[in-house]
Design a protein around this ligand. Structure first.
Ligand code: NAD
Length: 362
């Protein structure tokens, strides 16, 4: 295996524990990675006045690939979130979340194998908002009335939903290219174009245009978001790669994670044309931080996605096979999984689980 330099951001809360476990597993799997550690997190506020120092962004830009632990979002400081700031700074417009059943992990569904491709930069998530009774809100309400767009009650707060041709084209193209590279058969675009004709309607129109370029190579269909949710829980096997605008993708990925056993096993990545940051879907879990109780599976599976990205598929598959083995065996599982499998057995520690993963690599 070639040597790779990767920026490692342990984060805070359970982040230092999950990332240390991930490093142990990758070393045992034979991954030749030089880790360059950079910091982010609430604990830096006092020293730097921000949870995301410039030196951390510079380190990611230098190495182009990073893996991070979760970071607590400080409440009431005016700083939105390290994750949102990183996505903006690095233009990582794809949020990639593969959702795969892991037998033994307590999911209600044993046949889920889908990939969620969520747009990461626009839609209601962009944070373009006008508070109630501000001059901006009043102007917009007046504009909507003057243009005949509709009547908005004067006591409204406003959040703008903007979906662009640029944003849609690149995310849908990514979904098709990903499907081609991974040998997947179909891309489904999810929207509410029947109601939001100028935002979701644009998303659907552009998705259809991009899909036409892949005709004969990757199939395409579309689903209205509410019907999609129902269909997903009736029969997940009808879906393959699914591309979403930002907000629907956020909700659908937690729904899908819940179907296969919860946040403890859900990996993810933020990817752009130049940089990629891999991270578990879950947060910093302050309630169990520092107690050696967390489940590092999501971080380990995020690292396997990173190995794929680095072209180290064989090593990635070795890691995934070890995860499947430990869950199928069932004797070393953390408390969150014991809970989702409704087992009365005590959960093991993060260290014990990691030891079992390393033993399963052999
Ligand atoms: P959370 O995901 O941290 O925790 C939700 C519940 O799931 C908790 O009971 C927690 O103990 C449990 N849990 C989560 N991950 C687990 C794991 N690996 N093993 C075992 N149990 C686990 O969500 P939250 O409580 O809403 O958020 C806590 C903080 O994390 C907030 O400040 C939030 O902003 C931040 N957050 C960060 C990220 C990120 O950095 N990517 C993502 C989501 C939330």
């Amino acid at each position: 295996m070639a040597k790779h330099t990767v920026t490692l951001i342990p984060g805070d809360g359970i982040g230092p524990e999950t990332t240390a476990a991930m490093q142990r597993v990758l070393a045992a799997a034979g991954a030749d990675i030089e880790w360059e550690v950079a910091e982010a997190g609430a604990h830096l506020m006092e020293e730097y006045g921000t949870p995301l120092p410039d030196s951390t962004v510079d380190a990611i830009k230098r190495n182009k690939v990073a893996i991070k632990g979760p970071v607590t979002t400080p409440v009431g400081t005016g700083f939105r979130s390290v994750n949102v700031a990183l996505r903006k700074e690095l233009e990582t417009y794809v949020n990639l979340r593969p959702v795969l059943s892991v037998p033994g992990a307590g999911g209600r569904f044993e046949d889920v194998d889908i990939v969620i491709v969520r747009e990461n930069t626009e839609d209601l998530y962009a944070g373009v908002e006008f508070a109630m009774n501000t001059p901006g809100a009043e102007k917009l309400i007046q504009l909507a009335a003057d243009e005949g767009a509709g009547v908005i009650r004067p006591d409204s707060g406003l959040s703008i939903k903007a979906i662009s041709v640029t944003g849609t084209e690149r995310i849908v193209r990514y979904a098709f290219e990903y499907a081609l590279a991974q040998g997947r058969k179909k891309v489904t675009a999810v929207h509410k174009a029947n109601i939001m004709k100028h935002s979701d309607g644009l998303f659907l129109r552009v998705a259809r245009e991009v899909a036409a370029e892949y005709e004969g190579r990757v199939a395409f269909d579309d689903k209205i978001v509410d019907a999609f949710c129902m269909n997903l829980v009736i029969d997940p096997s009808q879906f393959d790669v699914i591309v979403f605008p930002n907000l629907y993708g956020d909700i659908a990925s937690d729904l899908a994670a819940g179907m296969v056993g919860g946040l403890g096993i859900a990996p993810g990545a933020n990817i752009g044309d130049e940089y990629a940051v891999f991270e578990a879907v879950h947060g910093s879990a302050p309630d169990i931080a520092g107690k050696d109780l967390c489940n590092p599976t999501a971080e380990v599976l995020s690292a396997a996605m990173m190995l794929d990205y680095l072209g180290e598929q064989e090593c990635a598959e070795r890691v995934r096979a070890a995860v499947r083995k430990v869950y199928a065996d069932g004797s070393n599982l953390t408390g969150d999984i014991r809970k989702s499998t409704r087992s009365s057995l005590p959960g093991c520690t993060c260290t014990e689980f990691t030891d079992a993963l390393i033993a399963a690599l052999a």
